[in-house]
Design a protein around this ligand. Structure first.
Ligand code: HEM
Length: 140
């Protein structure tokens, strides 16, 4: 059961660590999708007609929008709900969101190395659970 409690420290750590990913966005996105397809091969066909360079850019840009709005839940909640609504259309199920969390944490660890401290991991874990719960609300 996630605690659903995003503290100011979580927000700071997510913001600072995301800034380190921005200059290496293309590689970060590639690592993310490779890892998603490794841990969950059933997700690969979902992207079979997707331009993955464009998709990677959209993912990283959207993460940027989310990270910048983390202080404002009233913006984030409807934004994520609409993203969740679109994902219903892509055939994504609510139980697949945890796969994306695992791949995302792996990608951040891979890209940050020693800077991926337990505190940074906990901050992303907490932030993702909150965001995913807003997206999954669209499924109910
Ligand atoms: C919080 C989690 C997630 C974020 C931030 C995210 C982000 C995005 C973004 C920005 C797009 C581009 C289109 C749009 O904005 O609607 C997209 C499309 C897509 N996402 Fe996600 N996503 C998430 C979760 C998932 C999950 C759990 C899956 C399941 C494997 C998934 C699979 C897809 C697919 C299949 C597309 C469509 C690709 C296409 O257009 O060909 N996403 N996602």
């Amino acid at each position: 059961m996630p605690s659903m409690m995003l503290t100011d420290q979580h927000r700071v750590l997510v913001t600072e660590s995301f800034a380190l990913l921005v200059p290496i966005s293309d590689d970060a996105a590639a690592v993310f999708y490779q890892q998603l397809w490794t841990i969950a091969p059933e997700t690969k066909p979902m992207f079979q007609s997707t331009d993955m360079a464009a998709q990677g850019l959209k993912l990283m840009q959207t993460l940027g929008v989310i990270v910048r709005a983390l202080h404002d839940l009233e913006t984030i909640r409807p934004f994520m709900r609409e993203l969740g609504q679109r994902h219903i259309g892509y055939g994504v199920t609510a139980d697949q969101y945890v796969l994306v969390k695992v791949a995302l944490l792996y990608m951040i660890e891979y890209c940050l190395g020693d800077k991926f401290t337990p505190e940074v991991r906990a901050a992303w874990d907490e932030a993702y659970d909150m965001l995913a719960s807003f997206a999954i609300a669209a499924y109910e």
